[in-house]
Write a protein that binds this ligand. Sequence first.
Ligand code: SF4
Length: 201
Amino acid sequence: MMTIFYEVHNGLYVNLTNKCPCNCTFCLRKTMESVGGSGPLWLDHSPSKEEVFAALDEQDLSKYEEVVFCGFGEPTEAFELLKETAAEIKSRSCVPIRLNTNGLGCLVNGRDIVPEMAGLIDTVSISLNTPDPEEYYNIVRPRFGRASHAEMLRFAAECAKVIPKVVLTTVDTTIPKEEEEKCRQICESLGVSYRIRPWEE
Ligand code: SF4
């Protein structure tokens, strides 16, 4: 069974890919098959546009407060499909659309993808994880190396130019309060919001 859409709280989540350029030490995929009541989020193949749209036909978009591209992988690894799916959802409903991302989608796609998200994505939520680039490298273990932290921040700043809401997140209890304060300052300097999110999201 392929779980492309699944519910979390009042959101409809979208699982387009299991690919990711990172190998975070804390990645849920290491220990879990699913999230909340979802079916298994490991996909047996990368879904086609036809498969995603057929699964979308089964969803009642009016039930949800938002649609969230998330899943067991980095959504920008399937960027063309992400855009097509977001556009299709926009044509069917005015439900807001959020992208949860590691912020490395421009490196993943080898080009600046931010302008292509304008009008399709209402909120971009980016995992900051830590204010410290070396610590980031050690826990996120991105295949793009040590420049990844700076690229993630650059991506956030670019998103802030064209996306209505941009949020950088850390996870509650994973970094000391002083580091959360540094994160807050980073967000302020970039003109984006800061959110400390609970563990399970
Ligand atoms: S970026 Fe997300 S999907 Fe990728 S390894 Fe880290 S936690 Fe897992």
